[in-house]
Design a protein around this ligand. Sequence first.
Ligand code: 48F
Length: 257
Amino acid sequence: MLNEVTITKAILETYMNKLKSALELDVAIVGAGPSGIVAGYYLAKAGKNVGLFEKKISIGGGMWCGGMMFNEIVIQDAAKPLVEEFGVRIKKFEDGYYTVDSIEAVSSLTYHALQAGLKIFNLITIEDIVFKNGRVSGLVINWTPVDMTGLHVDPLTLHSRFVLDATGHPSNVVEALVRKMGMKLNTVTGGMVGEKSMDAHLGEMNTVENTREAFPGLYVSGMAANATFGGYRMGPIFGGMFLSGKKAAEEIIKRLE
Ligand code: 48F
């Protein structure tokens, strides 16, 4: 006969073991949008201890709904090999423009990242960073419902050799570093430069160029990279997001070695 208490123990013990294994990470990724998931996949594939923290229930960030709730996304030639690596089916629209079902994209990316060894924690909000020896050294985590309801509950903490801010447009981790520590970033102004208006071509290039270390220990990817270093937005073309995640992983892997 099935025992409800055994079911409860199975969940508690398995989850706690997963969380305990993520308390001293090589890389902590904040935000499970396209750039964060892709970065997590390549880091996990390289054998790194990597955890991804997402404040919402669902993984996928802004990718589920394509453009304006039409659930197809566009990719360009440069991103085709990467998308193929995840087994996602690509439809040619015209030379240089391809479409992908956004739901297939989110689910395939997530599936492959988990299978590669990425530990994903949803419903956890990053509310602050750990700052030690002049560098970003970890994350301050709390349940999203605590954040949403404003309950007075102290958070918990984890350490990480590198943090990747993949929180999209708000660039939440970088914002916390600047607001709370008043630190100068590795940008032209020393602050968060801010996202620019729409130019799909420049935006796609900016996303990859801006994927780098913004402060010792803290990398940025995806729209967080554009918000930090100043880049155009690009709308529902996602090649730049995928390539940004890959670049973030490659750069961090070099640093870890
Ligand atoms: O915004 P998002 O999808 O990140 P991205 O990888 O991709 C951007 C595109 O989706 C789209 C675009 C492309 O044309 O412009 O916007 O840059 O996903 C960011 C994720 O981070 C989560 C948020 O819920 C979303 O799923 N997030 C944001 N702040 C926090 C967070 C936080 N403080 N703690 C945990 N997760």
